[in-house]
Design a protein around this ligand. Structure first.
Ligand code: ATP
Length: 754
């Protein structure tokens, strides 16, 4: 099983892994991304950079627990960077904790560093080639899989981990199981490689080890120190820090030396590998580690600690004496173990696209000219061309191009709005007739104008507040015209973005702008022979105003990006709820276009000035709602109609249509009542309706009742007080003088104080 797996259900295709993978070993599937292991170098970038934690280390905790529960002895080897991870207790306490878990012995991987030091010294002495250190498994994989020409430069010596594994299996016996603890993910890949397998049985990250301690309730900080086993290392302990390799291998370095070079971290490592592959540099030896800060910065590191602090921890461990108890089988003359290894070219050639293939993919993501290639890197590739190649090779998909996807969204939105408008009009047509209802003076005047201008080719400007019936009027003009067997194309100038509107109206040529994948005809051409209705004309940009004027004057349209024009025969009807005269004065509307449009103007009166038509309109919309909702509603309550006549209708006829449809939905009766209308209708109505009783007559009616009750009360207080006025006033809790006044008012008499 591969050491890293993708939890496909967690992957959200954010492309973080694609962006962070230095060798583009991530394949984009339909709903998740996947590692291509033939290309993967095990650097762990995809693990550390996945915000969803969808890329995870394959769980080996259970496997190690099973080993510990088995018959064979299990040895733990601590990678050289362990002091920078397990820093809250001593090395001896860590050894005690591991033994408590059931490990037979605990060794330091630093001993493996010292086992291979001689191999490096020999290579330095004998080789005439540039040497590249081979202890970092990510670098070995990088060279084997991506820079095979550098294989000859790799030092033919095994890594410290493999060295200690081979040593233990020789000295202790082949039955022993060796578990290596490390911050390195690539080590998990290394133990599976053909050239190195068999030395180590399992690699666990420090984090996984921590998990086992927690699971088993072992707190090393509370344990007494125990001794390490095996060979006690010295300089090998410095191996995980920058330049530590040379120190551990006893190779003298100097900062001014260009012969002995160190590089750590992805950018530096990739840079130096490229330099070496291109033959730009020729040092004697290069020590390369893929992780920043060397092995103390591996993917399984303690990220809350700084590099400096971790360095200090490594140096402190180097200087301190950890307890050691070296068994006899590790002492004296060592059995010979093989420290050399070979390397294999594992380069997988991906299919190379032809120039035309790349071009096709670039076109599919709206890149027609060099300027369109933004090289924004949002897809994770350095250039649009590299990305196009990756798409060709199946490593990337078209959606990964962010500017293209955003553009696509804008266009889809425009198309959806257009479709919505069409559907809305279809519904209007289905559920309502096209007739203009109303018998008030304003409506009759509008109908007369429609009849007059309809049959002519004259441009018409329809003005009026929103919802007053401008579009309905435009449709009526078209119906009265000689073009009524040809299309009426309606365009709402505010629902389409400015940039799209020009191409929507006049069409565009392929490649005219990002997104213009094919030639497209405009709506003027679609309306040829018929009528175009431009709603909300006051909202178009000055640039479009100029183009529209040109089309009206010349009767020719020129597609965006085109060089030739085409004659069209289109009648224009425009509508606006804006004060175009103010626009001309303030400069946002062209004067010449204004005069060109204002040849024949029809102004739609607001509903509040068509009060006489409200009952007619109300019944018209009730009929429409009844059909639409399939409800048996026979009429409107008088009070509801009166309330509608008192209302000011800021949203005009459209508002009325909506109010009645809503009331038809709400009512449980066959009649729409005042209570079915929005509250504001009832509120207005209560204040102004004429069947509310007159307040003055109410007062007059009330008075005799009040007098009768008042007289009875006074008589009762007098009776209770035995006729004594002062006492009666006290019982009534009013001043004596007031009580006398009430006695007078009702013609009663009482006694003075006794
Ligand atoms: N006189 C009328 N008779 C019947 N229905 C009408 C009348 N006037 C408007 N309507 C209806 O009211 C609704 C709104 O009308 P329309 O869309 O024509 O208004 P508009 O002025 O173009 O609105 P906007 O400026 O918001 O686009 C439509 O459903 C229309 O059928």
């Amino acid at each position: 099983m591969e050491p890293i797996i993708t939890l496909t259900e967690k992957c959200r295709k954010c492309y973080s892994c694609v962006r962070s993978c230095p060798v583009k070993a991530i394949k984009v599937e339909k709903t998740f991304t996947e590692i291509i292991f033939e290309r993967c170098i095990g650097c762990g970038n995809c693990l550390s950079n996945c915000p969803q934690h969808a890329k995870v280390v394959t769980d080996k905790v259970g496997v190690v627990e099973n080993l510990l529960a088995g018959e064979e002895p299990v040895i733990a080897v601590l990678g050289c960077s362990f002091p920078a991870f397990f820093h809250t207790f001593s090395a001896g306490q860590l050894a005690a904790g591991l033994k408590k878990l059931g490990f037979a012995e605990v060794h330091e991987g630093a001993a493996g560093v010292e086992l291979i030091a001689a191999g490096y010294a020999e290579a330095m002495e004998k080789s005439s080639e540039v040497l590249i250190s081979s202890h970092c498994p990510a670098i070995v994989d990088l060279i084997e899989r991506h820079y095979p020409t550098l294989i000859k430069n790799l030092v033919r010596v095994i890594s410290p981990m493999v060295a200690i594994g081979r040593f233990l299996k020789t000295a202790y016996g082949p039955e022993v199981k060796v578990v290596y603890l490390s911050s390195c993910i690539a080590a998990k890949f290394e133990i599976q490689a053909e050239e190195t397998q068999g030395a180590i049985d399992m690699v666990l990250t420090y984090r996984e080890m921590e998990e086992i301690f927690l699971k088993r309730g072992i707190l090393p900080a509370l344990l007494a120190e125990d001794a390490f086993d095996g060979l006690e290392p010295h300089l090998g302990r410095l191996f995980p820090i920058a330049e530590g390799t040379f120190k551990a291998f006893s190779i003298a370095t100097d900062p001014l030396d260009t012969e002995i070079v160190t590089a750590a971290g992805e950018v530096n490592a990739m840079g130096i590998i490229k330099d070496l592959a291109a033959g730009r540099i020729n040092p004697r030896i290069v020590d390369i580690r893929f992780c920043y800060d060397g092995c103390i910065g591996g993917p399984g590191k303690k990220s809350e600690l700084t590099e400096f602090y971790k360095r200090n921890l490594i140096i402190a461990h180097f200087k301190n004496d950890a307890p050691y108890r070296t068994a006899s089988h590790y002492q004296g003359e060592q059995k010979q173990i093989s420290l050399t290894r070979s390397f294999t070219g594992k380069y997988v050639r991906l299919k190379v696209p032809k120039g035309s293939d790349v071009k096709k993919i670039l076109h599919a993501t709206n890149k027609f000219t060099q300027k369109d290639e933004l090289n924004c890197r949002a897809c994770g590739y350095r250039t649009c061309r590299e990305y196009a190649v990756a798409v060709y090779q199946g490593l990337a998909d078209l959606e990964m191009c962010l500017p293209h996807t955003l553009q696509q969204l804008v266009e889809d939105r425009g198309r959806l709005i257009e479709k919505y408008e069409l559907a809305r009009r279809e519904l209007d047509r289905e559920y309502g007739d096209e007739f203009i209802v109303g018998d008030d003076g304003g409506t009759i005047e509008v109908l007369d104008l429609i009849k007059q201008v309809g049959p002519t080719p004259t441009t018409v400007l329809i003005r009026g507040e929103s919802g007053t019936g401008k579009e309905l009027t435009a449709r009526a003009i078209h119906r009265y015209s000689k073009r009524n067997d040809k299309p009426l194309v309606t365009v709402n100038c505010t629902t389409i973005t400015d940039s799209l509107l020009e191409s929507e109206l006049f069409g565009h040529k392929k490649g005219a702008f990002t997104g213009a994948i094919i030639d497209k005809k405009g709506l003027f051409e679609a309306a040829d022979g018929g009528t175009i209705f431009l709603d909300e004309i006051g909202d178009i940009t000055p640039k479009l105003q100029a183009e529209l004027l040109r089309v009206l004057d010349s009767g020719e349209v020129r597609p965006v990006g085109g060089t030739t024009s085409r004659k069209v025969d289109v009648r224009l009807i425009a509508a606006t709820n804006k004060e175009l005269e103010t626009g001309v004065r303030d400069g946002w509307f062209r004067e010449d276009l204004y005069y060109r449009l204002n040849v024949f103007a029809i102004t739609m009166p607001p509903l509040r000035s068509r009060v006489e038509s409200i009952p007619l309109l109300a019944h018209h919309f009730l009929e429409k709602a009844r059909n639409k909702l399939n409800k048996s509603i026979i009429g409107l309550e008088d009070r509801a109609v009166k309330a509608m006549m008192q209302y000011s209708w800021p949203g005009n006829i459209r508002e009325m249509q909506n109010v009645i449809e809503r009331a038809a939905v709400l009512t449980h009766d066959e009649i729409i009542k005042l209570g079915n209308l929005p509250l504001v209708f009832a509120e207005n109505y209560a204040e102004e309706a004429d069947d509310v009783p007159d307040l003055r007559s109410f007062k007059l009616e009330r008075e005799p009742h009040v007098m009768r009750v008042e007289k009875k009360l006074i008589q009762r207080y007098l009776a209770d007080a035995g006729g004594n006025v002062s006492k009666a006033a006290q019982l009534a809790n009013i001043p004596r003088r007031s009580f006398y006044r009430l006695l007078d008012k009702h013609g009663l008499k009482g006694r003075g104080a006794d």
